[in-house]
Every structure is written in structure tokens, then in C-alpha cells.
Design a protein around this ligand. Structure first.
Ligand SMILES: *Cc1c(COP(=O)(O)O)cnc(C)c1O
Length: 359
């Protein structure tokens, strides 16, 4: 086994997807599977498709290209999540059937690119309902739609919004009804049917499950809850899903009894931080062959009980194993759960191998 490695249980990814897809389907909502946290890993994307997502979405064109080249995608569109750069409109039109947009200048350039290539490109117009990341302000939506309506190679597929991405704003009846009202107004003023309301990400799922979402929502774009089984609103697990589809394994390269407290005059560490260690006395300490180049130290949690993460530098991770019930040795692999940031970093690191759980 190559170390460090990320072990992916594809059956769990598929089961999580199916759970989310079925939950949404009861409310007439389709799920786009978001692959950005796994750098569009093809096996994970296939598991999402097998679980029933209606399409795949990613924020980066390199990832969409990877999906486009690696999968048979006859009935499943690819969606670009990050609003496009003006400098990449040709690739957007080539690689994605759908993109999320908020800038008229870019939408016009997409139209130009689509005309040149002789294709149609669908867009979802993003509306900022308070989270303050991308999206047109509500008052600007109708004027924008008037301009978009003139572009012959662009099809306005619908309206979309984001929650809990930047400002941490959560979906409420009020902010989601704003989208319904806009949709209604657009239908009245223009000859557009706007079939899609793309109403958010994983942060909309707890509400969907508890009290339902407003009836006009037709689509959610979901990554985190499918991959990690998390309830992103409470930080706990999302009931009905598995939390261990992804496990990070790293190998013990030193195991010694050492005083917990550093000795000698102290300054900041290699990352400019002052470290404080709360333990005292002699402790059983292990060093793992993985570091901050590969993982976010705050984004991983050891699964073996009694193991505590102490800290890390670029290439070393220090854990305290004094309370471990299992006897550990140099050469053993220690496994961690990951949060979204932890997963993203580990998948992006070239030094972390990807392996698959054999079921
Ligand atoms: C990342 C992203 C998502 C998916 O978010 P999750 O929290 O992983 O479900 C949805 N929409 C947009 C625009 C995104 O950038």
C-alpha cells in the first residue's frame, strides 16, 4: 500500500448519492453531482451517476475536460459552477452544456463563442439572495434578462442562487420566494419559460428533509453531503448517509516517548505561528509521513480512539498516541476522516495516492 493514500469507498459514494437523489426526487427536485472536491475523479463521478444524479458540475474547466474525455455522458450535461472568466469563454462553450453566470459582458462573449462554434449554450443566471458571493442583485435581474433575451446562441435555462458559501446565509422561505417571484415576473415580461430554479447546494438539504423547499425549486447542486455525509448546517452527520466514504491513511515513521513540552528558547514555527501544547509530561508520540503540503491539519480527524492530532509541518504530522487502545508500531497506517477542506487538499496533493476500497 502506497502511503499516504486516500481510500475511497465507491459503494458508499453511490449509496449517499442515491439517498440524496431519492430524497430530492420526492420533492420533484433533481440533483447535479458536484465533483470539485475530488478533482473530478472519474470513479467517483461514475458512482454519482450510478446513484442517479442528473448531471455533473464542477468549478474548473480542467476538471470538466477530464470528465468530458473520461466518461460516456450522452444524457448527462456538464455544468460549470464558477462564473466564467472572460478569457475562457471558448473552452466553456466547448466543455460545458450549462454555466452559471452573473456578468453581461461574459454572457455576451459566451454568445459570440457559441455563434462561432455553431452551438447553443445554456446559462443559469445567478441571483445574490444575501450570501454575497456571485450573483446579480435582485433589482438588476429583469434588466439583465432583457439583454440576455437578445442573444441568439444563449438559452436562459433558469435562475440560480448560492447559500452558505461566503456569508454563511442559509435558505429561508423568504429568500427562496424571491426567486419564485423573479421567475414569475420574467415569465410575464418575456417569452421565456425558465424551466430551472437551481436553489442551492448541500446547505439546502437539511431544510429539504425537515420541512421541504418552496415548490418552485427544481434543482440542487450537491457535493459535500454526497461525498462526506455531512449536514453542513449543523456540522454533524446527515442522517441516512455514510461519513466514511473517504479515509486518509498515513504511515508512522517515528514512534517515541517524548516530553510533550518543547525544551529551549522558543520562537514562531516554520509557518510563523506560536504553538501551544496543552499536554504535560512524557507522552507517546508518533510522527506520520504526511504534512501541510498534502492536508489541512485542521481538516482531518483520526478515527482510532485515543489518538490525538498535535500539529504538523510541511512534511510531518505529529500525533499523540498515549491513550491508544491499539498497540502501534513504526510502519503502521493511521486513518483519518476528512472535512471538505481536508478532502479537497488531499485530493489535490500529488503526493497522496488514491486507492479504492475492495468491497
Ligand atoms: C461548490 C459549489 C456547490 C456545491 O456545494 P456543496 O456544499 O459541496 O454541496 C454548488 N454550487 C456552487 C456554485 C458551488 O461553487
Amino acid at each position: 500500500m502506497q502511503n499516504p493514500h486516500l481510500k475511497i469507498d465507491l459503494a458508499k459514494v453511490e449509496a449517499n448519492t442515491k439517498y440524496v437523489v431519492d430524497l430530492a426526487a420526492q420533492a420533484g427536485i433533481e440533483i447535479m453531482g458536484v465533483t470539485k472536491a475530488v478533482t473530478a475523479n472519474l470513479a467517483v463521478a461514475r458512482a454519482m451517476l450510478a446513484g442517479g444524479v442528473s448531471g455533473l458540475a464542477d468549478s474548473r474547466l480542467e476538471n470538466l475536460e477530464h470528465l468530458r474525455n473520461g466518461l460516456e455522458l450522452t444524457n448527462h450535461p456538464l455544468m460549470l459552477l464558477r462564473i466564467p472568466m472572460l478569457s475562457e469563454v471558448e473552452e466553456v462553450v466547448l466543455l460545458a452544456e450549462i454555466s452559471l453566470n452573473s456578468e453581461l459582458k461574459v454572457i455576451k462573449a459566451l454568445n459570440q463563442a457559441a455563434l462561432q462554434l455553431g452551438v447553443k449554450h445554456e446559462i443559469i443566471l445567478m441571483v445574490d439572495l444575501g450570501d454575497r458571493r456571485e450573483g446579480a442583485m435582485v433589482s438588476q435581474v429583469l434588466p439583465l434578462v432583457r439583454e440576455i433575451d437578445k442573444l441568439t446562441a444563449i438559452k436562459l435555462r433558469g435562475l440560480g442562487t448560492n447559500f452558505a458559501c461566503f456569508g454563511g446565509v442559509l435558505p429561508t422561505t423568504e429568500n427562496m420566494e424571491l426567486l419564485a417571484n423573479l421567475q414569475q415576473e420574467i415569465r410575464e415580461h418575456f417569452n421565456l419559460d425558465l424551466t430551472v430554479i437551481s436553489g442551492g447546494n448541500s446547505s439546502s438539504l437539511p431544510r429539504l428533509k425537515k420541512q421541504g423547499l418552496p415548490a418552485h425549486i427544481t434543482e440542487l447542486r450537491v457535493g459535500e453531503t454526497i461525498l462526506l455525509g455531512s449536514n453542513v448546517v449543523t456540522g454533524e452527520s446527515f442522517f441516512g448517509t455514510k461519513q466514511d466514504a473517504f479515509l486518509l491513511g498515513a504511515e508512522i515513521i517515528e514512534l517515541k516517548s517524548k516530553p510533550a513540552q518543547p525544551a529551549g528558547p522558543r520562537g514562531p514555527n516554520a509557518f510563523g505561528e506560536e504553538t501551544t501544547i496543552h499536554q504535560q509530561g512524557l507522552r507517546q508520540r508518533a510522527i506520520l509521513g504526511i504534512g501541510r503540503q498534502d492536508i489541512a491539519v485542521g481538516g482531518i480527524t483520526p478515527i482510532l480512539s485515543g489518538v490525538e492530532l498535535v500539529g504538523g509541518s510541511s512534511d510531518h504530522l505529529i500525533i499523540d498516541v498515549t491513550e491508544s487502545k491499539r498497540k502501534l508500531e513504526v510502519g503502521d497506517t493511521i486513518y483519518f476522516r476528512l472535512d471538505y477542506g481536508g478532502l479537497l487538499r488531499a485530493m489535490t496533493s500529488e503526493y497522496v495516492a488514491v486507492t479504492y476500497q475492495q468491497n
